[in-house]
Design a protein around this ligand. Structure first.
Ligand code: PLP
Length: 219
């Protein structure tokens, strides 16, 4: 399916350089990604480690690959050399492993902490209490750089619910305690169906797939 260029252009003007666009290319082909790349897009998001690595190997090296899926600790070592930002850090165990493997590779890995805001039980992420307990520990990790927070709203048509969830995440983001080595400047929230609400509620990074690439085939 060709990339929807008019949706891309109107999205870019809506975001107006104030909000970073991550084009979510999961399940999409290398040629579809290249099409959007040729229009100027550089940030792409993937959910599966193997898929990200294979695509990264076949596409230009100046792409920023964002990992947005659930990451298993045994895949961390593989993804570190390819990834620009891991947005979906949802456990201390995972963060420790990212730190350890980054140290081995002699790099610092940028991450977002995923916060559980939706009402579904299945969504991964920390709650506020867990986050506040975690932060003093993890800001000491030398090989991870915590750049901000990520969250996904409930999958629902109830816009007020979605708005409240995004608002609560932004409140948490703005109340993050100050540490000398914490530079949390990214609030990643909003997908094709809810990005406008997310931006109204303070998002500065949206993750958009189907609006640009068309609907994904269900698996
Ligand atoms: C798939 C996915 C998106 C993009 O969803 P669309 O509805 O296609 O825009 C955003 N964030 C995460 C975490 C995803 O898994």
């Amino acid at each position: 399916m060709p990339v929807n260029n008019s949706a891309y252009q109107s999205l870019l003007s809506e975001l107006a350089n104030r909000v970073i666009l991550v084009a979510v290319s999961k399940t999409k082909s290398v040629s579809e990604i290249k099409e959007l790349y040729d229009l100027g897009q550089r940030d792409f998001g993937e959910n599966y480690v193997q898929e990200l690595i294979e695509k990264a190997g076949q596409l230009p090296r100046d792409i920023h690959w964002h990992f947005i899926g659930h990451l298993q600790t045994n895949k961390v070592r593989k993804i570190i050399p390819a990834v620009y930002l891991i947005q979906s850090v949802d456990s201390l165990k995972l963060l420790k492993e990212i730190n350890k493997q980054s140290e081995r590779s002699g790099c610092v890995t940028n991450v977002l902490l995923q916060i559980h805001i939706g009402s579904e039980d299945t969504k991964f992420g920390f709650d506020e209490k867990e986050l506040m307990e975690l932060l003093p520990v993890v800001v000491e990790f030398k090989n991870v750089n915590i750049r901000g927070l990520m969250g996904m709203a409930s999958f629902t048509d109830d816009h007020e619910l979605i708005r409240n969830e995004f608002r609560s995440l932004n409140n948490l983001y703005r109340r993050l305690p100050v540490y000398p080595n914490l530079q949390a400047k990214i609030l990643s929230m909003g997908m094709s169906a809810d990005y406008r609400i997310a931006i109204e509620e303070g998002s500065n990074m949206v993750r958009i797939g189907s609006m640009l690439f068309g609907e994904r085939a269900s698996i």
